[in-house]
Design a protein around this ligand. Structure first.
Ligand SMILES: Cc1ncc(COP(=O)(O)O)c(C=O)c1O
Length: 416
């Protein structure tokens, strides 16, 4: 069959699609798999209990369940959920917002598709704009969402060697160039893939630059504050009237409900609402029905603080112990893990690319993600794209430990 350019764009995708195909096709039948690749959250028993109870309450609460599954919500999203969230953000964090500043989407991935194509590409005045990522490497899920080619520009980080084990990327503010061709600045906080968490100062600096340039700052809060709060440093959530904050119920434990949240200026929210109408009629209503009461009574903050953050923090500490124990006989460093549930490991002397390393690990049943996928929008390659792996450390201890043993064996074998 012949297809349009629009269809070809998705056939030729380079990043996340290739990766997903690769994962699906690569494994031998019956092979033991150590899945440290994707970004699926781990079910946390204490958190699941809340969702189970809320579901049971819905079923017992008159026709509440039937309404959640039997009705289309308005295109902006479930009004009760939106009101509860705007009240929570206003009361707890002093954000100057109302219901008019929030729209829901089918997962935040869909929000990025809408936002990036809304703020980059051809403008009515004939200009073309791009989304600027000030701190490469960035989230693999961004790189294929542009309908127009060449939609992204990324800036390389400066690298701080912190000690024998840890390094950290920083935004290079001295060389960061925000030209007139930039339609928005975007950062994930925590950053997927590195686990970096921009400090409040860094976010304020970016917000100031965006304001001066009269473009929005987009903050991808998928793992961030106030929920799910998978952040181990002391930072505050950021909001101002020039910022678009994207959140999600996924890493709270509800990825299957596909609930994304965009908080932004009213005109942005209005456009998202209109696009929701065209693309999907309305966002799904099941996630919001299950989570509405923990947003209303603010319990979502305690759940994040008491259960979700410590759960992933323990996983992170264990993964670092495994790296210390098994990663011997070759030179490596770990990006300071300040948030999310990934370790970004730099193998300094690999004689093969990270993609080749990933292929070799896959043959042994260990699925990680090659660093090569996270460096898009650059006009020059960076050595780290061939030297780093992203490892999801949120699996069971035995799985993580065995996977680290295999990664170490393979790295030693290559480096010897
Ligand atoms: C940084 C980041 N942003 C956005 C998303 C999209 O999440 P969802 O569409 O499930 O809300 C993910 C998913 O893993 C992510 O890691």
């Amino acid at each position: 069959m012949k297809f349009s350019k629009f269809a070809d764009k998705f056939a030729n995708q380079s990043g996340i699609g290739m990766l997903m195909d690769d994962l699906g096709n690569a494994l031998q039948p019956g092979q033991q798999v150590y899945m440290l690749g994707g970004g699926n959250p781990t079910p946390i028993p204490a958190v699941r209990q809340f969702f189970h109870k809320n579901m049971q309450d819905l079923l017992q609460d008159g026709d509440a369940f039937d309404r959640a599954i039997g009705n289309y919500d308005p295109p902006q999203g479930n009004p009760r959920f939106i009101k509860a969230l705007s009240t929570l953000l206003k009361n707890q964090f002093g954000w100057d917002i109302s219901e008019k500043n929030i729209a829901l989407t089918h997962g935040s991935q869909q929000a990025f598709f809408i936002l990036f194509n809304m703020l980059a590409g051809p403008y009515p005045d004939g200009n073309r704009k791009k989304i600027l990522f000030p701190l490469a490497p960035e989230y693999i899920g961004y790189c294929d969402v542009g309908l127009e080619p060449d939609l992204f520009e990324s800036a390389l980080p400066s690298i701080e060697i912190q000690d024998e084990l840890f390094f950290k990327y920083h935004i290079n503010f001295d060389t960061l160039n925000v030209g007139d061709n930039i339609g928005a600045i975007c950062v994930s906080r925590p950053t997927n893939p590195t686990g970096n968490v921009l400090t409040d100062e860094e976010v304020k600096k970016l917000a100031q630059i965006a304001k001066e340039k009269q473009i929005p700052l987009i903050i991808d809060n998928a793992y961030g504050k106030p929920f799910p709060d998978i952040i181990y440093t002391d930072v505050n959530p950021h909001w101002d009237s020039n910022t678009i904050v994207c959140m999600s119920l996924s890493k709270l434990g509800l990825p299957g409900t596909r609930t994304g949240i965009v908080i932004g200026p009213e005109d942005v929210i209005d456009r998202i609402t209109r696009m929701n109408t065209v693309l999907t009629l309305s966002p799904g209503g099941v996630g919001t029905a299950i989570a509405a009461n923990i947003i209303e009574d603010g319990q979502v903050l305690e759940i994040s603080e008491q259960f979700i953050k410590p759960f992933y923090e323990q996983k992170k500490d264990f993964a670092i112990e495994c790296a210390k124990q098994y990663f011997t006989g070759f030179d490596f460093a770990i990006h300071q893990p300040e948030g999310s549930f990934f370790l970004w490991v730099w193998f300094k002397d690999l004689p093969v690319s990270s993609h080749e390393f990933y292929q070799r690990l896959k043959k042994r049943g260990v699925i990680v993600v090659s660093g090569s996928y996270f460096f898009f929008g650059l006009n020059q390659p960076h050595p780290h794209q061939d030297q780093c792996l992203r490892i999801n450390h949120a699996q069971d201890r035995e799985v993580v430990e065995k996977a680290f043993q295999i990664i170490a064996e393979e790295a030693r074998h290559l480096c010897s």
